[in-house]
Design a binder for this molecule. Structure first.
Ligand SMILES: Nc1ncnc2c1ncn2[C@@H]1O[C@H](COP(=O)(O)OP(=O)(O)OP(=O)(O)O)[C@@H](O)[C@H]1O
Length: 264
């Protein structure tokens, strides 16, 4: 039987309006409404949607950083109430996520150190994680000595060092140039295939979604966003972006993306 990594049942989210903290109560719209999804263990699942539709909100709820307003979020069968070591998160802004005063190696081993893993036990895990992202030659460098792509590799290696079963990536390659972006996408596919982790990947780039996703969930427009459709993509990796299959997929994604729902 297929194991389920993440289960979302009727998930909704409404942010508390700042004005209600001070003045009369005003109600803000639901950002997410009735999100339902089952993500099997080991799946590469892409969330695609226009800016502001609630992609980051949903990832933050799954990561345990944000409370939901309604519904259920189950990770490996347990209700999410807080962040946990079963979920590693990679943010778009690496500069805000990695510590500038620590070397690459120290950044990657930071989570393990916080869990009181000894230097001796930490070393091979950090080395393995650095190898996986190709940073072994740069272990002693500080973040200011790294390129944007290398900083994202540090974030990914740091997550992997904690051995989460789920890797959550929120537009991780959004700030990179096209060539570095493609390299990083290929590396992520490689890491996913080597580790078998469940991957949740947010993007608003249709080509990126088509290149990466085993399944692609497209959000409807805000407010009250829901998942308009989940499209399975049964194509081997690495994907040929010049094939007619790719063109067809990109067209379909584009149509849903533009209108946030099925094309009438
Ligand atoms: N802390 C917050 N308080 C109030 N509203 C918020 C908060 N964070 C996000 N929102 C609102 O929730 C909606 C969804 O935001 P979210 O960042 O999840 O969208 P997104 O799809 O990830 O957008 P983008 O692709 O631009 O990053 C937006 O209308 C946003 O203004």
């Amino acid at each position: 039987m297929t194991k389920i990594s993440i289960e979302l049942k009727h998930v909704s989210k409404r942010y508390q309006p700042a004005s209600s903290l001070f003045k009369r109560k005003t109600s803000s719209p639901l950002v997410l409404k009735d999100i339902n999804l089952m993500i099997p263990t080991g799946e590469f699942h892409v969330f695609l949607g226009q800016s502001g539709c609630g992609k980051s909100t949903l990832l933050n709820i799954i990561a345990g950083f944000l409370p939901k307003t309604g519904g259920e979020v189950l990770v490996n069968g347990s209700e999410v109430t807080e962040p946990g070591s079963d979920r590693g998160v990679v943010f778009q802004n690496a500069d805000a996520a990695i510590f500038p005063w620590l070397t690459v190696e120290e950044n990657v081993g930071y989570g393990l150190k916080m869990q009181h893993v000894s230097d001796k036990d930490r070393k091979p895990v950090v080395e393995r994680s650095l190898n996986l992202v190709g940073l072994e030659e740069h272990a002693d460098k500080y973040p200011y000595e790294l390129s944007g792509g290398m900083k994202q590799r540090v974030q990914i290696a740091r997550s992997i060092a904690n051995d989460p079963s789920i890797l959550i990536l929120d537009e991780p390659f959004g700030a990179l140039d096209a060539q570095t972006r493609r390299t990083m996408q290929n590396e992520l596919i490689d890491i996913w295939q080597k580790t078998g982790k469940t991957i949740l990947f947010v993007t608003h780039d249709i080509q990126e979604a088509a290149y990466l996703g085993q399944k692609i969930s497209i959000f409807s427009r805000s407010p009250e966003s829901h998942i308009a459709i989940t499209i399975p993509v049964d194509r081997p990796y690495p994907r040929n972006v010049y094939s007619s299959e790719n063109e067809q997929l990109v067209n379909t994604l584009n149509q849903y993306f533009e209108v946030g729902g099925p094309v009438k």
